[in-house]
Design a protein around this ligand. Structure first.
Ligand SMILES: C[S@@+](CC[C@H](N)C(=O)[O-])C[C@H]1O[C@@H](n2cnc3c(N)ncnc32)[C@H](O)[C@@H]1O
Length: 473
């Protein structure tokens, strides 16, 4: 048997030995031929609501379930927060090798990742001006590993490497490049595999996606849920969901699933850029959630050049919660400005172009321009913004589209070729939104100006009619 399948079988045996129940109608399948690692596939027809597997809470790899939490003060673990405390526990269990309860589980988890954290500089450069580059967070992760995690490992070296005469040296070695790389791997596993685990007494379902949120302040503890994290996801092909029960977590079918079909969880409506950053893959099905971000800095640069930038207005907008580092333009099909432009972006632009007396009037009342009403001046400024944003990408949409645009699926291509292709798909998605926004803004500007000239002509005609009073100017 292929070592990959041996690891899957050993894992399933281990899972059952911990008290898990696994339906005979599903199998853990090798999907490496389609670049999807392992996945869950139905071997027989499954009906809606049918139980696929049930994992006891005691089998979860969580801070509370690891023996480390009984030896390190609770306050220390609480101080680390959900992400870092789980990284600490995973490092502990992983370095314990075969003596860890979760050894057969670690054996099926990946040690190599395709997420952006692990891309080389030339691969990242293929994303061009995508805002996702600012969200990778490698530097801030390194900082929290060094400032928060390592001190705990050093302080509790004797427990962390218990029974090892070199415990202190080993704790120091965790600060090496290799040690930090291991922390990044655990962090990346949490990002792509962990769930926000609702406590047993809450008895209610977890968020829609079920997967761990990225919010650092998120109160729910994160946990690795063996088997539940073997489900892949593909946008709207979701057909299963994890339910949180008192003593176990149950994966159930959300709809009938036919024999041979893959069983998919839901990772949420993520734009492909975020899917790549967090999960290291993309599929066309996620293109419907693509976004392009307009950085605040670009808006302030253009507004300054156009002499409409105002510190007072920005301060007022900040008070009103409108100022952000960037604003999304989302995909809509067919493209509609009202649907795609972030309301905050429109409010920001409209506030900048308001005549002074109008701005003062709104400010006095604590109000903001209405996002659904775009003025001609606002539309003009937005159009220039969209054009400038597109120019931040070194190649044009047409240039990108003139060469192969497919992301290869499990052929003979190299990892680099695949990453280049995925990056190209991301930047094409972003440039398409910009092109659609440009076209829609041009149309809006044209129709507004022809409306205005029609109104002007009508007013002139009416003024010329005998017997009608001319409006005072
Ligand atoms: C929660 S795990 C799912 C199990 C994973 N396939 C494995 O073999 O360990 C999430 C990871 O699975 C992969 N994945 C999930 N859905 C996928 C899909 N539709 N196509 C390709 N890879 C996918 C990505 O590598 C992602 O980071």
């Amino acid at each position: 048997m292929d070592p990959f399948d041996v690891a899957s079988c050993t894992f399933l045996q281990w899972l059952r030995s911990t008290g898990a129940e696994v339906s005979g109608k599903i199998e853990l399948k090798d999907l490496r031929n389609i670049e999807a690692g392992r996945g869950l596939v139905a071997t027989q027809d499954i009906h809606e609501d049918e139980l696929l597997f049930r994992v006891p809470r005691s089998s979860l790899l969580t801070v509370a379930n690891s023996i480390l939490s009984s030896e390190i003060p609770k306050a220390t673990l609480d101080n680390l927060g959900p992400w870092l405390s789980l990284i600490l526990v995973m490092l502990y269990e992983y370095t314990n090798g075969a003596s860890s309860t979760w050894a057969p589980y670690f054996a099926i988890l990946p040690s190599e990742f395709n997420t952006l954290m692990f891309w080389s500089a030339d691969e990242l450069a293929e994303l061009q001006a995508s805002a996702v580059l600012q969200k990778i967070g490698k530097g801030s992760a390194n900082e929290s590993f060094e400032k928060e995690l390592l001190p705990v490992i050093r302080e509790f070296a004797g427990i962390f490497f218990s029974g090892d005469a070199r415990a202190k040296e080993k704790a120091e070695e965790m600060g090496s490049e290799q040690g930090l790389a291991l922390m990044h791997k655990m962090g990346s596993l949490i990002m792509a595999y962990a769930f926000d685990v609702e406590p047993a007494d809450a008895k209610k379902e977890i968020d829609e996606e079920g997967y761990a949120s990225e919010d650092e302040d998120e109160a729910l503890p994160k946990g690795m849920v063996p088997m539940a994290d073997m489900l892949n996801a593909d946008a709207d092909r979701n057909n299963a969901r994890l339910f949180y029960e008192e003593s176990s977590l149950s994966m159930k079918a959300l709809k009938p699933i036919q024999a041979g079909e893959e069983i998919f969880n839901d990772y949420g409506p993520l734009p492909r850029s975020d899917l790549l950053r967090r999960y290291g893959y993309i599929t066309d099905n996620y293109a419907q959630y693509d976004v392009v971000e307009i950085p605040f800095d670009l808006i302030s640069e253009l507004a300054t050049a156009q002499k409409v930038f105002s510190v007072d207005r920005i301060a007022y907008l900040d008070e009103q919660g409108i100022i952000d580092t960037g604003y999304d333009i989302t995909t809509s099909s067919p493209f509609h400005l009202e649907e795609s432009l972030s309301p905050e972006l429109v409010v920001l632009i409209e506030t900048l172009v308001l005549p002074s007396d109008e701005f003062e009037r709104l400010q006095r009342k604590g109000k903001l321009p209405k996002p659904e009403k775009m003025s001609q001046k606002g539309a003009d400024l937005l159009l220039q913004l969209v054009i400038l944003r597109a120019q931040q990408y070194p190649t044009t949409l047409d240039e990108d589209m003139s060469t192969d645009v497919d992301v290869p699926m499990g052929g003979n291509e190299t990892l680099k070729e695949r990453r280049f292709a995925m990056a190209k798909a991301i930047r094409i998605g972003e440039k398409k939104i910009l092109a659609e926004a440009e076209q829609a803004l041009q149309q809006l500007i044209q129709s507004n100006s022809s409306d205005n000239s029609t109104k002007k002509r009508q007013a002139e005609d009416e003024g010329a009619k005998p017997g009608k009073k001319q409006r005072a100017r």
